[in-house]
Design a protein around this ligand. Structure first.
Ligand SMILES: Cc1cc2nc3c(=O)[nH]c(=O)nc-3n(C[C@H](O)[C@H](O)[C@H](O)COP(=O)(O)OP(=O)(O)OC[C@H]3O[C@@H](n4cnc5c(N)ncnc54)[C@H](O)[C@@H]3O)c2cc1C
Length: 483
């Protein structure tokens, strides 16, 4: 097929649940391509010699390679190609900010001067992973099979079970190490299970990846809080030869405004954890205590704020406001999530911000006083800074406020591990190549190092740390051990 013919193919639309229906159920919003759609969308790729899309991918997936296989209908081969660089294609195909990464660099988007015309790389990636999973392969494909595993006497502990830890554990297990993963919650998966809602990332998909890890021989221990159940130093004393710390950025930040302690104010983390991990939406089967807000204000403009506001609708709120102090152009959330939130009925209040939460005599939220803002000069982040307009106060009639203005590093491991160096914000400091921390044999990666980032970056860090660990362990292997 000529380039002209490829360019003439219309971008394939993703089938989705109707907004009015999906705003009241937890089922996945985007329904996924059919095989025909996936093949047709992949055929749009021009196979540019310079492969600009790969430059936009933090883990350098061979995108033109897997698109060529999908074009030929070889979805299993396409998945194997993706898996060479990315362990979690079913997850990344759903939640990666492709519009800022690979698809942002796609030549088609540039030629048509329309980002919507870029090849839908993420959707094809998702299709390839789901297609193989439906074919019944553990972990979504055969790349999970431990065929390359060589037994090794060294023991590795992985702390946390988010994407950084999953990737590190899989790579270490494939390298032949005996790996145990320790997770504080009762379910492994990190933000993929406790934060990102079911309607965006079905939990069965995350479980599939965890099953793949177990098939590789990784022991998964839950309800184990490192720093409480045992410290990192205890674990080294117990005979772990190396430890990976992937504890994430789960410490919620608050606004520091009056009324934030009132009943009915939540961090987005708590709100989403009760709803997702503790399944508060499934009232017939669980007894998770939950505050059913009728009129909800969510503060923030990132993916977490989008998830919280859409979750509030699904939990029965009649009115949901999204309050953000800059304009839409500065919002860090994925465009698709913003579009979905709007379609479902979330009202966006741009250039506005909370000043104080108002309470009734019983200490419950009865309103939110806000201020209007204007954009001033660019700040350190390069975005124009919000400047409050004096005297512009107004009150929103709400009974619930969800604060989604960012998360800091989980502090427990650093606080209980003498000698583990962190920066002023509590991020663990690592060697840029090996990812080893200030303690020999202890490595770290993901949000605990980068600050709140993305799934794909966390995975990349987990992979880099696994390589650093393997090199270090092999260098330090004792007499008679398999190397
Ligand atoms: C609501 C929400 C929506 C998001 N949406 C997106 C999105 O659409 N796209 C995207 O790319 N990124 C998104 N992100 C960001 C992304 O999920 C994170 O960057 C990523 O999960 C970080 O991975 P991680 O492995 O470093 O840590 P995490 O996923 O945070 O996992 C850390 C794990 O460590 C465990 N842990 C912590 N302390 C201990 C301890 N002391 N002992 C044992 N276990 C411990 C935690 O319980 C947790 O399970 C979102 C984040 C949130 C909160």
């Amino acid at each position: 097929m000529t380039a002209k013919e490829r360019m003439a193919i219309e971008p394939q639309k993703m089938p989705e649940q109707d907004p009015a229906v999906r705003a009241h159920n937890m089922r996945e919003v985007a329904l996924g391509y059919t095989p025909e759609q996936a093949q047709r969308e992949a055929t749009r790729c021009l196979n540019c010699p310079t492969k600009p899309c790969m430059q936009g991918c933090p883990v350098s997936v061979n995108i033109p390679g897997f698109l060529a296989q999908a074009t030929a209908g070889d979805f299993k081969g396409a998945l194997a190609t993706i898996r060479e660089s990315s362990l979690l294609p079913a997850v990344c195909g759903r939640v990666c900010p492709q519009e800022k990464q690979c698809q942002n660099f796609c030549t088609l988007g540039k030629l048509f001067k329309d980002p919507e015309k870029a090849v839908a790389i993420g959707r094809i990636e998702r299709f390839c992973a789901d297609f193989s999973a439906q074919a019944g392969q553990v972990g979504g494909d055969e790349a999970f099979n431990p065929s390359s595993t060589r037994p090794h006497a060294k023991r590795v502990a992985v702390v946390g079970s988010g994407p950084a830890s999953i990737t590190c554990a899989a790579d270490c297990a494939r390298a032949g190490f005996k790996v145990t993963m320790f997770e504080a919650f009762h379910k492994p998966g990190g933000v993929l299970v406790y934060g990102i809602p079911e309607f965006r990332l079905p939990k069965a998909i995350v479980q599939r990846e965890i099953d793949g890890l177990k098939a590789l021989g990784v022991d998964v221990v839950t309800d184990f809080v490192v720093g409480r159940t045992l410290t990192l130093s205890d674990m080294l004393d117990d005979g772990y030869d190396a430890i990976f710390v992937g504890t994430g950025a789960g410490l919620p930040k608050f606004m520091g405004i009056e009324g934030e302690n009132l009943v009915g104010v939540f961090s987005a983390n708590e709100y989403l954890t009760r709803a997702n991990l503790m399944k508060a939406y499934d009232e017939d089967h669980v007894d998770t205590p939950f505050w059913h807000g009728r009129r909800v204000a969510v503060l923030g403009g990132g993916n977490v704020a989008m998830d919280a506001s859409r979750m509030a609708l699904r939990l029965g709120a009649e009115k949901v406001y999204l309050v953000y102090r800059r304009s839409e152009a500065e919002m860090p959330a994925r465009r698709e999530e913003m579009h979905h939130a709007r379609e479902e009925g979330v009202e966006f209040l741009m250039l506005q911000n909370a000043k104080r939460v108002l309470g009734d005599e019983q200490g419950r939220v009865k309103g939110l006083e806000c201020l209007t803002y204007e954009l001033g000069e660019p700040d350190a982040s390069g975005r124009r800074s919000p400047v409050a307009v004096p005297g512009s106060e107004f009150t929103l009639d709400v009974d619930t406020v969800v604060v989604a203005v960012g998360n800091g590093a989980n502090p427990l491991v650093a606080a209980t591990t003498p000698g583990l160096d962190v920066d002023a914000k509590g991020h663990v400091l690592v060697d840029p190549v090996t990812r080893m921390t200030s303690i020999p044999g202890v490595f770290a990666g993901g949000d605990i190092v980068l600050g709140a980032a993305t799934v794909i970056l966390a995975m990349g860090e987990g992979r880099a740390a696994a390589k650093g660990m393997a090199d270090w362990l092999n260098r330090n292997a004792g007499e008679g051990e398999t190397k």
